[in-house]
Write a protein that binds this ligand. Structure first.
Ligand code: DX5
Ligand code: ZN
Length: 236
Protein backbone atom coordinates (compact mmCIF):
# COMPACT_ATOMS: atom_id res chain seq x y z
CA UNK A 1 0.00 0.00 0.00
CA UNK A 2 1.13 3.58 -0.57
CA UNK A 3 3.34 5.09 2.09
CA UNK A 4 2.17 8.65 1.57
CA UNK A 5 -1.22 10.14 1.04
CA UNK A 6 -1.39 13.00 -1.43
CA UNK A 7 -4.88 12.96 -2.81
CA UNK A 8 -8.06 12.16 -1.05
CA UNK A 9 -11.16 14.27 -1.45
CA UNK A 10 -13.69 11.57 -0.55
CA UNK A 11 -16.80 11.92 -2.69
CA UNK A 12 -16.31 15.67 -3.05
CA UNK A 13 -15.59 16.41 -6.72
CA UNK A 14 -12.89 19.00 -5.96
CA UNK A 15 -12.70 22.47 -7.49
CA UNK A 16 -13.04 22.98 -11.24
CA UNK A 17 -9.61 23.13 -12.84
CA UNK A 18 -7.81 21.26 -10.05
CA UNK A 19 -5.57 18.41 -11.13
CA UNK A 20 -7.25 15.08 -10.58
CA UNK A 21 -6.02 11.56 -11.29
CA UNK A 22 -8.74 9.08 -12.21
CA UNK A 23 -7.62 5.45 -12.47
CA UNK A 24 -9.84 3.49 -14.85
CA UNK A 25 -11.10 0.21 -13.44
CA UNK A 26 -11.26 -1.19 -16.96
CA UNK A 27 -7.60 -2.18 -16.61
CA UNK A 28 -8.00 -3.61 -13.09
CA UNK A 29 -8.39 -7.27 -12.16
CA UNK A 30 -12.19 -7.62 -12.11
CA UNK A 31 -11.85 -10.62 -9.83
CA UNK A 32 -10.24 -8.45 -7.17
CA UNK A 33 -11.82 -5.10 -7.90
CA UNK A 34 -12.29 -3.79 -4.37
CA UNK A 35 -8.71 -4.64 -3.48
CA UNK A 36 -7.36 -3.02 -6.63
CA UNK A 37 -9.38 0.15 -6.04
CA UNK A 38 -8.11 0.23 -2.46
CA UNK A 39 -4.55 0.17 -3.77
CA UNK A 40 -4.99 3.47 -5.60
CA UNK A 41 -7.29 5.17 -3.10
CA UNK A 42 -4.68 7.42 -1.52
CA UNK A 43 -3.09 8.34 -4.85
CA UNK A 44 -6.25 9.29 -6.74
CA UNK A 45 -9.16 11.69 -6.38
CA UNK A 46 -11.60 10.02 -8.72
CA UNK A 47 -12.31 6.48 -9.84
CA UNK A 48 -13.17 6.21 -13.54
CA UNK A 49 -15.79 3.54 -14.26
CA UNK A 50 -16.11 2.58 -17.93
CA UNK A 51 -19.57 1.38 -18.88
CA UNK A 52 -19.88 -0.17 -22.35
CA UNK A 53 -23.14 -1.40 -23.82
CA UNK A 54 -22.06 -3.43 -26.85
CA UNK A 55 -23.89 -0.95 -29.13
CA UNK A 56 -22.26 2.46 -28.82
CA UNK A 57 -18.96 0.60 -28.62
CA UNK A 58 -18.26 -3.00 -29.62
CA UNK A 59 -17.55 -4.16 -26.10
CA UNK A 60 -19.41 -4.95 -22.89
CA UNK A 61 -18.28 -4.15 -19.39
CA UNK A 62 -20.12 -3.41 -16.18
CA UNK A 63 -23.25 -1.72 -14.91
CA UNK A 64 -24.97 -0.37 -11.79
CA UNK A 65 -24.65 -3.56 -9.65
CA UNK A 66 -20.86 -3.39 -9.83
CA UNK A 67 -20.93 0.34 -9.01
CA UNK A 68 -23.13 -0.44 -5.99
CA UNK A 69 -20.73 -3.13 -4.81
CA UNK A 70 -17.68 -0.90 -5.22
CA UNK A 71 -19.48 1.91 -3.40
CA UNK A 72 -19.44 -0.23 -0.25
CA UNK A 73 -15.65 -0.50 -0.48
CA UNK A 74 -14.49 2.91 -1.67
CA UNK A 75 -14.98 6.54 -0.61
CA UNK A 76 -13.64 7.90 -3.93
CA UNK A 77 -15.63 10.13 -6.28
CA UNK A 78 -17.07 7.76 -8.90
CA UNK A 79 -16.73 9.21 -12.40
CA UNK A 80 -18.89 7.00 -14.62
CA UNK A 81 -18.18 7.13 -18.34
CA UNK A 82 -21.26 5.83 -20.11
CA UNK A 83 -20.33 4.57 -23.57
CA UNK A 84 -23.94 3.76 -24.31
CA UNK A 85 -26.49 4.42 -27.05
CA UNK A 86 -29.30 4.90 -24.52
CA UNK A 87 -27.79 6.07 -21.20
CA UNK A 88 -31.03 7.81 -20.20
CA UNK A 89 -32.55 4.43 -19.32
CA UNK A 90 -29.86 3.80 -16.74
CA UNK A 91 -28.94 7.18 -15.18
CA UNK A 92 -31.27 6.72 -12.21
CA UNK A 93 -29.83 3.28 -11.57
CA UNK A 94 -26.29 4.66 -11.62
CA UNK A 95 -27.24 7.48 -9.25
CA UNK A 96 -28.92 4.97 -6.93
CA UNK A 97 -25.87 2.71 -7.07
CA UNK A 98 -23.59 5.51 -5.87
CA UNK A 99 -22.25 7.22 -8.99
CA UNK A 100 -21.16 10.81 -8.31
CA UNK A 101 -20.76 12.00 -11.86
CA UNK A 102 -21.94 10.57 -15.15
CA UNK A 103 -20.60 11.42 -18.58
CA UNK A 104 -22.61 10.70 -21.72
CA UNK A 105 -21.44 11.00 -25.31
CA UNK A 106 -22.55 13.90 -27.51
CA UNK A 107 -22.62 11.59 -30.54
CA UNK A 108 -25.99 10.21 -29.42
CA UNK A 109 -29.29 12.13 -29.54
CA UNK A 110 -31.03 13.91 -26.67
CA UNK A 111 -28.06 15.68 -25.07
CA UNK A 112 -30.13 18.49 -23.49
CA UNK A 113 -32.57 16.01 -21.94
CA UNK A 114 -29.76 13.85 -20.62
CA UNK A 115 -28.11 16.86 -18.95
CA UNK A 116 -31.45 17.80 -17.35
CA UNK A 117 -31.91 14.22 -16.13
CA UNK A 118 -28.42 14.10 -14.61
CA UNK A 119 -29.09 17.40 -12.84
CA UNK A 120 -32.42 16.16 -11.45
CA UNK A 121 -30.68 13.07 -10.10
CA UNK A 122 -28.01 15.17 -8.37
CA UNK A 123 -25.23 13.82 -10.58
CA UNK A 124 -22.35 15.90 -11.86
CA UNK A 125 -22.96 16.13 -15.58
CA UNK A 126 -20.32 15.44 -18.22
CA UNK A 127 -20.27 15.31 -21.99
CA UNK A 128 -17.77 13.18 -23.90
CA UNK A 129 -16.46 13.71 -27.42
CA UNK A 130 -14.92 11.02 -29.58
CA UNK A 131 -11.58 11.93 -31.19
CA UNK A 132 -13.24 12.90 -34.48
CA UNK A 133 -16.13 14.86 -32.93
CA UNK A 134 -15.49 18.62 -33.15
CA UNK A 135 -15.57 21.12 -30.30
CA UNK A 136 -18.73 22.66 -31.86
CA UNK A 137 -20.72 19.61 -30.72
CA UNK A 138 -20.21 20.47 -27.06
CA UNK A 139 -19.98 24.27 -27.29
CA UNK A 140 -23.74 24.97 -26.89
CA UNK A 141 -23.84 23.01 -23.63
CA UNK A 142 -20.76 24.37 -21.85
CA UNK A 143 -22.75 26.51 -19.42
CA UNK A 144 -24.92 23.58 -18.36
CA UNK A 145 -22.29 20.96 -17.58
CA UNK A 146 -19.50 20.21 -15.12
CA UNK A 147 -17.09 18.32 -17.33
CA UNK A 148 -15.97 17.84 -20.93
CA UNK A 149 -14.29 14.52 -21.65
CA UNK A 150 -12.07 14.61 -24.72
CA UNK A 151 -11.38 11.03 -25.76
CA UNK A 152 -7.77 10.61 -26.80
CA UNK A 153 -8.51 7.16 -28.29
CA UNK A 154 -11.65 5.82 -29.93
CA UNK A 155 -13.67 4.43 -27.04
CA UNK A 156 -14.23 0.74 -26.52
CA UNK A 157 -10.95 -0.72 -25.36
CA UNK A 158 -8.12 0.00 -22.95
CA UNK A 159 -4.47 -0.11 -23.89
CA UNK A 160 -4.65 1.93 -27.11
CA UNK A 161 -2.17 4.59 -28.19
CA UNK A 162 -2.75 8.23 -27.30
CA UNK A 163 -3.93 10.39 -30.22
CA UNK A 164 -2.01 13.67 -30.05
CA UNK A 165 -4.21 15.25 -32.73
CA UNK A 166 -6.94 15.66 -30.11
CA UNK A 167 -4.87 18.21 -28.17
CA UNK A 168 -5.90 21.12 -30.39
CA UNK A 169 -9.50 20.38 -29.40
CA UNK A 170 -8.54 20.22 -25.73
CA UNK A 171 -7.02 23.67 -26.16
CA UNK A 172 -10.24 24.92 -27.80
CA UNK A 173 -12.30 23.66 -24.87
CA UNK A 174 -9.87 25.24 -22.39
CA UNK A 175 -10.02 28.60 -24.18
CA UNK A 176 -13.84 28.58 -24.14
CA UNK A 177 -14.03 27.51 -20.49
CA UNK A 178 -11.52 30.13 -19.37
CA UNK A 179 -12.93 32.96 -21.46
CA UNK A 180 -16.36 32.34 -19.94
CA UNK A 181 -14.94 31.68 -16.44
CA UNK A 182 -16.97 28.48 -16.48
CA UNK A 183 -16.69 25.92 -13.66
CA UNK A 184 -16.00 23.06 -16.07
CA UNK A 185 -13.37 20.35 -15.77
CA UNK A 186 -11.57 19.07 -18.85
CA UNK A 187 -10.80 15.37 -18.79
CA UNK A 188 -8.69 13.28 -21.13
CA UNK A 189 -9.07 9.52 -21.48
CA UNK A 190 -7.10 7.03 -23.54
CA UNK A 191 -3.39 6.25 -23.62
CA UNK A 192 -2.66 8.63 -20.74
CA UNK A 193 0.60 8.06 -18.86
CA UNK A 194 3.44 10.15 -17.44
CA UNK A 195 4.55 11.12 -20.97
CA UNK A 196 1.22 11.89 -22.64
CA UNK A 197 -0.46 13.31 -19.51
CA UNK A 198 1.84 16.36 -19.45
CA UNK A 199 1.10 17.05 -23.13
CA UNK A 200 -2.62 17.05 -22.35
CA UNK A 201 -2.00 19.22 -19.27
CA UNK A 202 -0.19 21.80 -21.38
CA UNK A 203 -3.15 21.84 -23.77
CA UNK A 204 -5.48 22.55 -20.84
CA UNK A 205 -6.70 19.24 -19.44
CA UNK A 206 -7.00 18.91 -15.66
CA UNK A 207 -8.51 15.43 -15.11
CA UNK A 208 -6.42 12.49 -16.23
CA UNK A 209 -7.93 9.03 -16.73
CA UNK A 210 -5.43 6.20 -16.90
CA UNK A 211 -6.13 2.49 -17.06
CA UNK A 212 -3.17 0.45 -18.30
CA UNK A 213 -0.61 2.99 -17.11
CA UNK A 214 -1.87 2.54 -13.53
CA UNK A 215 -3.38 -0.94 -13.09
CA UNK A 216 -0.92 -2.47 -15.55
CA UNK A 217 1.89 -1.64 -13.15
CA UNK A 218 2.98 -3.72 -10.18
CA UNK A 219 2.55 -0.75 -7.82
CA UNK A 220 -0.46 1.10 -9.19
CA UNK A 221 -0.33 3.82 -6.52
CA UNK A 222 3.22 4.72 -7.59
CA UNK A 223 2.10 4.88 -11.20
CA UNK A 224 -0.71 7.26 -10.26
CA UNK A 225 1.75 9.45 -8.35
CA UNK A 226 4.15 9.42 -11.33
CA UNK A 227 1.39 10.77 -13.56
CA UNK A 228 0.47 13.40 -10.97
CA UNK A 229 4.07 14.59 -10.63
CA UNK A 230 4.46 14.77 -14.40
CA UNK A 231 1.28 16.77 -15.02
CA UNK A 232 1.99 19.12 -12.12
CA UNK A 233 5.45 19.78 -13.53
CA UNK A 234 3.94 20.45 -16.95
CA UNK A 235 1.55 23.03 -15.53
CA UNK A 236 4.16 24.92 -13.50
C1 DX5 B 1 -11.66 3.47 -23.37
C2 DX5 B 1 -12.04 3.87 -21.98
C3 DX5 B 1 -10.89 4.29 -21.16
C4 DX5 B 1 -9.87 3.21 -20.91
C5 DX5 B 1 -8.53 3.86 -20.93
O1 DX5 B 1 -12.79 3.33 -24.13
O2 DX5 B 1 -12.97 4.95 -21.99
O3 DX5 B 1 -11.29 4.86 -19.90
O4 DX5 B 1 -10.03 2.53 -19.70
O5 DX5 B 1 -7.57 2.89 -20.86
P1 DX5 B 1 -6.04 3.18 -21.12
O6 DX5 B 1 -5.60 4.18 -20.09
O7 DX5 B 1 -5.42 1.85 -21.00
O8 DX5 B 1 -5.95 3.78 -22.52
ZN1 ZN C 1 -13.34 6.05 -20.04
Amino acid sequence: MPATSTATTGRHPGSPGDIRIAPSVLAADFGALAEQVGEVASAAEWLHVDVMDGHFVPNLTIGPPVVASLRRHSPLFFDCHLMMTDPGRYLAAFAEAGADGCTVHVEIDGTADLIAQMRRLGLRAGLALNPDTPFDAVAPFLEQIDLVLCMTVFPGFGGQSFMGDVLSKVAEVRAAVDSGSLPVDIEVDGGIDSVTGPKAARAGANVFVAGSAIFGRERPWEAAEDIRRAVLAARS
